[in-house]
Design a protein around this ligand. Structure first.
Ligand code: CDP
Length: 240
């Protein structure tokens, strides 16, 4: 991974954190300011979970999950500057926040074969591109070599409130527990990651803190920073 910023080298900014910590919102805003592409890896895990559920796979059976995912075709489409998952030729975006997907995504994501396959899809997509990638293991396992790593956090009560404000009743603590205790690539603060608590900062505040860190790392030398997109500074309203 090249530390210098040129338009042809691979540059990955890794953003990890627990559920509803605000990482999708800030990752998208950061990508927009840098003119980078944005990939939400959680959407890939959700899409695969939806695929398993729609084929009637028992999501408590690791072997059945591994076989189903191994037989699926997982691709990424791109909408403007944002990637989205495609499973066996179908765009499942409307289903990604279904209650059944929320309930099963963490057990499905804990299956090592699933992680192996999706990590390979993400790495292949990043080749030769400049991307902001967010998830649980991006800085620790998918791109451990990137110098640009962030961990966005907030107390569980703040994160649960954000989910309720989005109209979702899901208890995120259970998902956090499975994600951080699984044996393969658990949610963790990657070595060298900058930890940012998003509970007392708005989106612009988090993004500015990240830009400052990236500047310290020498990433922003040759590139212009675009202004915040109007309306993208609503942390509590839409943070995920
Ligand atoms: O939006 P939220 O923060 O609730 O979750 P998400 O980013 O959509 O991720 C959904 C689930 O996918 C997580 O709870 C993890 O179980 C899994 N995931 C993962 O294992 N590894 C990633 N890199 C991203 C997500």
């Amino acid at each position: 991974m090249n530390k210098a910023d040129t338009s042809t080298s691979t540059v990955v900014i890794a953003i990890d954190g627990p559920a509803a910590s605000g990482k999708s919102t800030v990752a998208r805003a950061l990508a927009a300011r840098l003119g980078y592409r944005f990939l939400n890896s959680g959407d890939l895990y959700r899409a695969i979970t939806w695929g398993c559920l729609s084929h009637g796979v028992d999501c408590r059976e690791a072997g059945a999950i591994a076989m189903a995912v191994g037989n699926s075709r997982v691709e990424l489409g791109c909408d403007g500057t944002e990637y989205y998952p495609i499973v066996d030729g179908t765009d499942p975006r409307v289903h990604l926040r279904d209650a059944a997907v929320n309930a099963n995504v963490s057990p499905v994501s804990a299956v090592p074969a699933v992680r192996y396959i999706l990590s390979a899809v993400i790495r292949a997509q990043a080749q030769g591109r400049q991307m902001v990638v967010e998830g649980r293991d991006i800085g620790s396992a998918v791109f451990p070599e990137t110098p640009y790593k962030f961990y966005i956090d907030a107390p569980v009560q703040v994160r649960q409130r954000r989910r309720r404000n989005q109209g979702q009743t899901e208890e995120i603590a259970q998902r956090d527990l499975i994600d951080s205790t699984r044996s393969t690539d658990p949610l963790t603060i990657a070595s060298g990651a900058t930890v940012i608590d998003s509970s007392s900062l708005d989106v612009a505040g988090v993004v500015n803190a990240m830009l400052e860190k990236l500047r310290e790392h020498g990433l922003l030398g040759g590139i212009g920073i675009l202004p915040m997109v109007p309306g993208s500074n609503r942390q509590d309203a839409d943070a995920t």
